[in-house]
Design a protein around this ligand. Structure first.
Ligand code: NOJ
Length: 588
């Protein structure tokens, strides 16, 4: 028997303080409708993240590119996703793999040209795929024209005011202006290399790498520039933006000292609160929302349901949901779901909380388990503490149980694919791709690895070029040139071509569930939990589908009486679900 149904709360109003778990009360500003259209595509879309460096390399230089993406669009259309999100391909010195943009209106030659982008976009649209690009507004590259101008201009000049330059502390200004630490390790300030032409050199703020100076979003010129950048890509026809570090653009007035460690992620909500993680004066300041209201007005002037999704490591979810009020962004990545451990009760709690918080502002929930900043969940679910999130894995670290991790990743698919809202897949996830857990230090490129002197292993292991064909050089990533990161031998077992048409493969499992999700409109559906004897067994219904996943260590009895629609292929006693297994039934 069904035991409860997710509530659809009233649209609330008001402010939500940091660090509490309040009710949401503010659904948007006065001049906007309280509830957005329910039918917009992004509310229920499956969005596939392409990491361009590692997707497909058409010109055989070792680095993926836009023509490579274009060539594989039919594969993505056949997979059954609705949209792709491309991580940055803009002109950049690649100090942070493209999240250091030198020109927001051009394609880096590594990836092709603007014409390549236009052709790729046209092809995607012809195949029915929407395209979202990555906007990086918190910081530019130090190679950006503005930053060069800032270094060549005196303190206090309009050129410097675009960034956050400050005098240092101490008699000669030799101490950084405050104690903030960079997310990638080390101080968040670097002394301006201006030769001391104007007296003691100032310092500039960078929440990330020293080659990623933070912009000052209190400057009207900065705001105007980014609205123009939005229009540049909207005019070219993109369907939306993934907004990088959306919670970081405004820093508290006076830049007060803060003893916490600025980080992109917290491991879990309770520890976050205890440690003050992500509650610092650089994150989630109330004034940031005015920026997104301005952007929303820009997007709303365009035809075709253009959207924005916030990358904001903000807690609790009620605070995060302020980014997706009806007059702000459309969606925010649900990192609480990504961080949930392999535990039925914990997963269910996160799902309920996420749905309730999203519902309260009229936004869709989103579901994400992997991306280019996180050890792949195939690996995380294979650790001794399944679902833990180490900051990278190397040969000296605990090695995940690859088979167990894959089994669990396949099982959890039966849950995520059945959830209402938007679903994000990270490239390779459809193949069950493992993390590269043994990259040698010499090839690592993540600035966090360098800035922490190797203490933080970093994100390279989830960014390794994809295996397309087990029989081809570089597993079909290109024509044989050494990929920018080496592929592990294990990738051969996961190549797309060898999984195609194999009924029980992870690729075909994705295709089947994506097809059913679409056919049954699950993204736009509604979740209903069904009682199960064990808390480790999650059973839910959405429309005509009943999904069951066993996150426990023993086989568990299934609630009776439904027609089997799709299993993950593991043998089971009738009426029982083995551990680490999922299944879908049709409700007749
Ligand atoms: C979040 C991005 O996802 C990550 O890859 C990047 O390093 C930081 N933001 C800084 O832009």
């Amino acid at each position: 028997m069904p035991d409860d149904t997710m509530p659809r709360g009233d649209v609330p109003q008001g402010e939500v303080p940091h660090g509490e778990v309040p009710t949401i009360r503010d659904a948007g500003s006065a001049d906007r409708p309280a509830v957005p259209a329910r039918g917009a595509w992004w509310r229920s879309a499956v969005i596939y993240q392409i990491y361009p460096r590692s997707f497909a390399d058409a010109n055989n230089d070792g680095m993926g590119d836009l023509p490579g993406i274009r060539g594989r669009l039919p594969y993505l259309a056949a997979l059954g996703v609705d949209a792709v999100w491309l991580s940055p391909f803009f002109r950049s010195p690649q100090a942070d793999a493209g999240y250091d943009v030198a020109d927001y209106r051009d394609v880096d030659p590594l990836f092709g040209t603007l014409a390549d982008f236009d052709t790729m976009l046209a092809d995607a649209h012809a195949l029915g795929l929407r395209v979202i690009v990555d906007l990086v507004p918190n910081h530019t590259s130090d190679a950006h024209e503005w930053f060069r101008e800032a270094l060549a201009s005196p303190p206090g000049s309009p050129e410097r005011r675009r960034y956050i330059f400050r005098d240092g502390r101490g008699p000669e200004g030799e101490e950084p202006p405050n104690n903030w630490q960079s997310v990638f390790g080390g101080p968040a300030w670097t002394r301006a290399p201006d030769g001391g032409r104007w007296g003691p050199s100032q310092w500039f703020l960078h929440l990330f790498d020293g080659r990623q100076p933070d912009l000052d979003w209190r400057q009207p010129e900065v705001r105007a520039e980014f609205e123009a950048v939005l229009r540049f890509w909207l005019d070219r026809g993109v369907d939306g933006f993934r907004v990088d570090v959306a919670h970081g653009l405004i820093k508290a007035e006076g830049l007060p000292d803060w003893d916490g460690q600025a980080t992109m992620v917290g491991e879990d909500a309770d520890a976050d609160r205890a440690d003050g993680i992500n509650y610092g004066p650089m994150w989630d300041q109330d004034e940031v929302h005015a920026i997104y209201r301005d952007w929303r007005r820009v997007l709303d002037r365009y035809e075709g349901d253009r959207m924005m999704v916030a990358e904001a490591w903000v807690r609790p979810s009620e605070r995060l949901m302020r980014y997706v009020r009806p007059d702000e962004m459309h969606q925010a990545f649900n990192f609480d779901f990504l961080l949930a451990r392999w535990d039925g009760a914990a997963m269910r709690q996160v799902i309920d909380h996420s749905l309730r918080a999203a519902d309260a502002v009229g936004a869709p929930a989103s579901w994400v388990l992997s991306n280019h900043d996180t050890v792949r969940h195939t690996a995380r679910y294979g650790l001794a503490v399944p679902g833990a999130r180490p900051k990278g894995i190397d040969a000296a670290s605990e090695q995940p149980d690859e088979a167990l991790g894959l089994r669990r990743a396949r099982a959890i698919l039966f849950l995520t694919m059945a959830l209402p809202g938007a679903l994000y897949l990270y490239q390779g996830e459809e193949l069950g791709l493992p993390e590269h857990t043994a990259l040698p230090a010499a090839v690592r490129q993540d600035p966090a690895f360098r800035r922490t002197g190797g203490a933080e292993i970093g994100r390279d292991g989830c960014r390794v070029p994809l295996p397309w064909d087990a029989d081809a050089p570089t597993l079909g990533f290109n024509q044989g040139a050494a990929p920018w990161l080496p592929q592990p031998d294990s990738f051969r077992r996961y190549a797309a071509r060898q999984q195609e048409g194999v009924a029980e493969s992870t690729l075909e499992l994705h295709r089947a569930l994506l097809g059913l999700r679409r056919e049954h409109g699950l993204g736009a559906g509604r979740l209903r939990w069904i009682s199960a004897p064990e808390a480790s067994m999650l059973v839910l219904e959405n429309g005509a589908i009943r999904a069951a996943v066993n996150l426990g260590r023993e086989a568990a009895a299934l609630p009776p009486g439904r027609e089997l629609l799709r299993s993950d292929g593991r043998k089971a006693e009738p009426g029982w679900l083995p551990p680490d297994t999922g299944v879908w039934f049709r409700i007749t």
